[in-house]
Ligand binder design. Structure first.
Ligand SMILES: Nc1ncnc2c1ncn2[C@@H]1O[C@H](COP(=O)(O)OP(=O)(O)OP(=O)(O)O)[C@@H](O)[C@H]1O
Ligand SMILES: [Mg+2]
Length: 384
């Protein structure tokens, strides 16, 4: 029997260890400008945690506050249970990795990697062992005697990573470390980075504005917007259950329906669109909330063939057709004027073609539409 299930254990026993890195109401003002607004975070030991958001939303500032390079205007930061808000960067057990590699050009790769331990007066034997280990974990064996100028961009970034890992930090703080690389190399290094993180069991706090990168790498993602956190969740949850209109739009295609719940029954809300047409919504917002709500549904969940009840069934007009090889992307307009993107895999036997102006009937399961917070502009950008 699991200890946790045992009735002998006092109910106060924490089910989760306290966060490895904790931000408590952390705020940063630059003059009159609030760039980080009451951020609360708990990052677990060994977690790959990503802060994702558009340019200028406060990601780097938040990371710099964790590292100690920037001081919060208010709020507290704890590392491994210790309040470090007033502790200088050099005495926090974290390492930053930047987009610009900042390697010492006159030193060899091995000397670059050994720099931290040397500074900390780690004995030679241990230093060499640690350097070898760090070189191995980023797959740089054999390049020890090269100088940074004799390496590719990807290799240089790996040296930067090894140089941080060699210090065995409690956490590695990575600010868009792959931002300067081309797409192909970036994808390659993403996989390696994930591999290194799993292998070394180091806590990674990663910053990116690339949603795909965030979804691929992370255990959990904090989506930031204008200094505040909109949602913290696993990549899957963010995609399948976005909490706000901003998250729905930033992760994947934003499909929003302005919804008025005309009927509520057995935990299902419906908006009638006319004869036989409805938007059905599981888990409708509690009574008392405004009758006008926003509903989101992901493009690949919308079908053009009938589905079992309860499902949404809405007639729409095709506005735009884009053939994308493995799938076709349709933009359709609903009777209320909202526009939705539909992704249809090109695997149907009927090989159905679509044309603008054509009438179609859309179906999706009630499970796949959600009420979300936030306001969207009434006229949608169709992305066409
Ligand atoms: N030292 C500073 N003084 C004044 N304003 C600053 C300073 N550093 C950052 N800012 C402002 O704070 C806001 C957040 O900046 P930050 O660098 O944290 O954004 P970011 O999310 O990392 O963006 P990006 O994706 O472009 O790197 C921006 O509006 C920026 O101009
Ligand atoms: Mg930044």
């Amino acid at each position: 029997m699991n200890v946790r299930d045992s009735p002998i254990v006092a109910p106060q026993t924490p089910l989760r260890p306290a966060g490895h890195i904790v931000l408590d109401e952390v705020t940063k003002d630059f003059g009159a400008n609030r760039v980080v607004d009451r951020v609360n975070l708990e990052i677990e030991r060994g977690e790959f945690f990503t802060m994702l958001g558009p340019s200028g939303c406060g990601k780097t500032t938040t990371l710099r506050m964790i590292s100690g390079l920037e001081e919060p205007s208010s709020g507290r930061i704890r590392l491994q249970g210790v309040d470090v808000t007033d502790v200088p960067p050099a005495r926090r057990n974290v390492n930053m990795v930047f987009q610009a590699y900042a390697l010492f050009p006159h030193m060899t790769v091995a000397e670059n990697v050994a720099f931290g331990p040397r500074l900390r007066k780690v004995r030679r034997a241990e230093r060499e062992q640690r350097v070898a280990e760090a070189m191995r974990s980023v797959r740089l064996e054999g390049l020890e005697e090269r100088r940074p100028g004799q390496l590719s961009g990807g290799q240089q970034q790996r040296v930067a990573l090894a140089r941080a890992l060699v210090n065995r930090p409690a956490a590695l703080l990575l600010d868009e470390p792959l931002g300067a690389l081309d797409l192909k190399l970036r994808k390659e290094l993403q996989l390696e980075l994930k591999h290194t993180q799993l292998e070394t069991q180091t806590t990674f706090v990663y910053v990116t504005h690339d949603q795909e990168e965030a979804l691929t790498l992370s255990d959990r993602v904090a989506v930031m917007n204008e200094g505040a956190i909109e949602q913290i969740a696993t990549p899957r949850e963010l995609y399948e259950r976005p909490a706000t209109a901003f998250v729905a739009g930033f992760i994947g295609v934003s499909n929003l329906i302005h919804f008025r719940a005309d009927e509520r029954e057995n935990g299902l809300a419906r908006m009638r669109f006319g004869e036989g047409q409805q938007v059905a919504l599981r888990r409708p917002p509690s009574a008392g909330t405004a009758s006008e709500i926003l509903v989101t549904v992901r493009p690949e969940k919308i079908k053009l063939e009938p589905l079992p009840e309860p499902a949404s069934r809405v007639e729409a007009t095709v506005a735009d057709v884009l053939y994308l090889g493995s799938m076709t992307q349709l933009v359709v307009e609903l009777p209320n004027g909202d526009r939705l993107t539909v992704h249809r895999m090109n695997d149907a036997v009927d090989d159905r073609q679509f044309a603008p102006g054509e009438r179609v009937t859309l179906y999706w399961a009630a499970e796949h539409s959600f009420a979300i917070e936030g306001h969207a502009p009434p006229v949608h950008d169709t992305g066409s």
